[in-house]
Design a protein around this ligand. Structure first.
Ligand SMILES: Nc1ncnc2c1ncn2[C@@H]1O[C@H](COP(=O)(O)OP(=O)(O)OP(=O)(O)O)[C@@H](O)[C@H]1O
Ligand SMILES: [Mg+2]
Length: 472
């Protein structure tokens, strides 16, 4: 099913113009045709145009002017230029200036269809991107927190509820789910926002060092203590101390932390007096603290002190609906400061991203997008830009949906399904080597690509390096 689009055609050659318009109307699109650059630009000002097909060489106002004008006034409209047979130069110049693609005369019906379809897909991406940007803008108060799934909305609600108080918060969740981000959000949305937010990684230092980091020390407290040092508790006074990886805290320090939390005063190592501190504590862990308590590795009393307000962050797999928005968020983040900006992803790329398991959660997604952007050549991410594990998802999934095990079942299959299963089997056998697969199937590589596309299979890029040259 084709989604009807609003398409404008401009060409001073009436035959070419009508041919195009007719072909596109047959596809179900709304088409308006114009014989000059002036006319199509005037129509463009009224807005609501998905795609423009404009001849390059026209009377007074040529196709490049039309292109520039649309880029300026209708940035989400996709422009395709029409070129005379054999004159590619104009087309190249147009693409440099932002045209999405070109069509060479004489037109072939298939080419028209293909270019327009791709152009409209791209147009949808541009729109989607603009919409996401809008949505992100309206969340200005928490600029870096992305996600509007029910699970995340619950988290935001809790954050909003606790931000104003000073009760201790325990953030739990798998690695990479955004615990530190939430800790910062709690801090910046509360009355302590102008005071320090100090993160301490409890797993990064041996206990003795961590102790003097947290509580400070007096001169001569131990060998090497040549001066007096203020601890992080004192530095965080009136602010927030973020105790990350709290599950790694050693037993001795657990007792000391508990005491500081109860008394709200700290005593430096080697010191004789205590100092009052007003510090809000937010702790985080990706371990199951309750289990650690059961195993006797974490103090029960400290656990209860910490989890006054427990917030559990959902894993990414539990909020897949947020993946598209996160993808766009990270694309924008990558785009800042580079000239090679990627503005969207193909629908099949997005499908792979939303299907994947994401054991490393949002951090893994962020890394994958960053890597894909640096690998990609075009303005949109294709499945080939993704790591193998994610691309493989599609093939494995098709296999489970179409198991190859029971031969009796095959009797009831349509030819199309048999073809698909066989193709999958051969691709698997050949480790997706396209040359080998095509040879086994007795078809040429182009046919293989077409079949794969028809069945929605990702051919990947693994075997590219080992491909032999096709006889020409
Ligand atoms: N909701 C979100 N919106 C945008 N970015 C996010 C979100 N959640 C996490 N991130 C990003 O993912 C990365 C990991 O987040 P963060 O460091 O807060 O995770 P964590 O839960 O503390 O992980 P770990 O347990 O491994 O320390 C960061 O770069 C962060 O900016
Ligand atoms: Mg963290």
């Amino acid at each position: 099913m084709i989604q009807p689009a609003m398409i404008l055609v401009a060409d001073d050659d009436a035959v070419a113009r009508e041919l195009l318009a007719e072909a596109l109307r047959k596809e179900g699109h709304h088409v308006e045709a114009f014989s000059s650059g002036e006319a199509i630009i005037a129509r463009g000002r009224q807005g609501l145009v998905d795609l423009v097909l404009t001849d390059i060489r026209m009377g007074a106002v040529d196709g490049l002017t039309v292109l520039r004008e649309f880029k300026r006034t209708n940035p989400n409209t996709v422009v395709v230029v029409l070129t005379a047979f054999g004159s590619l130069e104009g087309a190249i110049e147009a693409i440099k200036q932002g045209a999405y693609d070109y069509l060479a005369k004489p037109f072939k019906k298939e080419d028209i269809k293909l270019v327009v379809k791709r152009g409209l897909d791209h147009c949808r991406l541009l729109r989607e991107n603009a919409r996401f940007r809008q949505e992100l803008k309206s969340k200005e108060e928490w600029p870096s927190l992305v996600g509007s799934s029910p699970a995340m909305l619950e988290v935001y609600k809790l954050v909003a509820r606790v931000a104003n108080g000073r009760s201790t918060v325990l953030l739990q969740g798998e690695s990479g789910t955004g615990k530190e981000l939430i800790a910062r959000a709690i801090h910046t949305n509360g009355p302590r926002r102008d005071k320090p937010f100090i993160p301490v990684n409890c797993g990064a230092l041996p206990d003795t060092l961590l102790e003097s980091e947290m509580f400070g020390y007096e001169k001569g407290a131990f060998t090497g203590a040549v001066g007096t040092k203020m601890g992080l508790f004192e530095s965080a006074n009136e602010g927030t101390l973020f105790l990350d990886e709290i599950g790694e805290l050693g037993q001795g320090l657990q007792v000391k932390l508990l005491r500081v939390m109860q008394d709200q005063e700290v005593r430096r190592v080697g010191g004789t007096t205590s100092t009052r501190v007003d510090v809000r504590i937010i702790a985080a862990t990706n371990r199951d603290l309750e289990q650690l308590v059961k195993e006797g590795k974490f103090r029960n009393d400290l656990f209860y002190r910490l989890k006054v307000v427990p917030i559990t962050l959902p894993s990414l797999a539990e909020r897949r609906e947020d993946i598209p928005m996160l993808v766009h968020h990270f694309l924008q983040k990558c785009a800042a400061g580079t000239e090679h900006a990627v503005c969207g992803v193909l629908p099949e790329t997005m499908a792979l991203l939303t299907d994947y398991r994401w054991p490393g959660n949002v951090r893994e997604l962020e890394n994958v997008i960053e890597r894909a952007v640096s690998l990609s050549h075009g303005p949109v991410l294709t499945p080939e830009d993704l790591p193998k594990v994610i691309r493989q998802g599609a093939l494995t999934e098709t296999e489970t949906r179409y198991p190859l095990t029971n031969p009796h079942d095959e009797v009831s299959l349509t030819l199309e399904e048999v073809e698909k299963r066989h193709l999958i089997r051969v691709l698997k056998e050949t480790n997706r080597n396209k040359v080998k697969a095509a040879k086994i199937l007795g078809i040429d590589r182009r046919t293989l690509y077409r079949m794969a596309e028809r069945f929605g299979l990702d051919l990947g890029e693994e075997a590219e390096g080992t491909e032999e040259k096709e006889p020409t």
